[in-house]
Write a protein that binds this ligand. Sequence first.
Ligand code: F0G
Length: 401
Amino acid sequence: MYDLVCVDCHARFDQTDIIYTCPRCGHLLTVEYDLASIEPPGAVWQQRPLSVWRYRELLPVEVPPVTLREGGTPLYHLETIGEELGIRSLYAKHEGMNPSGSFKDRGMTVGVSMALQLGRRIVACASTGNTSASLAMYAAKAKIPAVVLLPAGKVAVGKVAQALMHGARVISIRGNFDQALAMVHELCLTHGLYLLNSVNPFRLEGQKTIGFEAIDQLSRVPDRFVLPVGNAGNISAVYKGLIELKTLGMVDSLPMMTGIQAAGSAPVVRAIQEGLPAVVPEKNPETVATAIRIGAPVNAEKALTAIRATGGTATAVSDDEILAMQRALARKEGIGVEPASAASVAGVKRLIEEGAIDRDECIVCVVTGHLLKDPDTVIRQCEPPTEIDADIASLVSALGL
Ligand code: F0G
């Protein structure tokens, strides 16, 4: 049993109401379970495979879920990068290993299932790319149409390819992500499409399982969770899940929630560093990490709470720091991620160098999307292949043997 509750005025709404923000005050909504009536399900969970659906007692879905086997992603110990930074317990939760190659699948398996549960038959989103790829995939599985709005020219090619191939109706907006989101939100309210951006509280329910899995994999609560922040949904989701575990008495501490943004697109970082009550939107965000090129994060108020309530922090990293860490993860750890994902580990490096975090901490970085999402940015950083004639002498000579 759950209610939709406003995070600000705490008004409660029925679970069947199709609303994305509080009709009374306009603030965000959250899903609130009657945790007092739930037996702590720890022992039951341990018997199920590691996946989003291991945690179904803390998910709102009552219909058979639309699933492509999401979650259960690896948690890698970053041995080499950790050693270089002097951190023994540095981990990366590789969300690029989800079905569509990003963490969005955790949200979409729940969100598209909820669309069916609520009787909605067309789903929609705006996206910097990954949300659209994931929505297209889960809509295909659910046999319902999907509409996706993308900022023209600013979405990595792998993500557009996925949205197109899985059959979504793909619309390119001559504008940025924030404008596309405002448009699709209005479209959904006026035309009855079901909105599956992270303003949708049910989608975040799926994403909170990243935190549950990391704790199960480590057999402890890490001291710190570090996430790249765009629309600020994921960091809010992970925090919410951990609060639920604490309320159920299943963990006794909360990790310090830490958000990393790209320097050219960092309204959450600015709000944290300057102690502002709310973010000041940026009109023209810019970064090579197009996934997090967002100037007006819709979940900012939840994210600020998550960071402040846990004694966490936020910092911004340059595009050069992001790309250097993308290469380091690929070459020193064998972990292929897209630029936005590398931002979390680049942020840890920066915070360590600034003395802002402790080397003795157990740190989990969420690396959010797969390397192949954005092949253009990879190719631009690497030497091209060496082309030779098709004979062994040329090969030996090219290899300098
Ligand atoms: N990393 C990647 C790879 C992303 O695609 C996103 C968001 C984030 C991090 C940030 O997560 O928005 O919850 O703070 N991508 C969205 C999209 C905006 O449309 O695919 P967030």
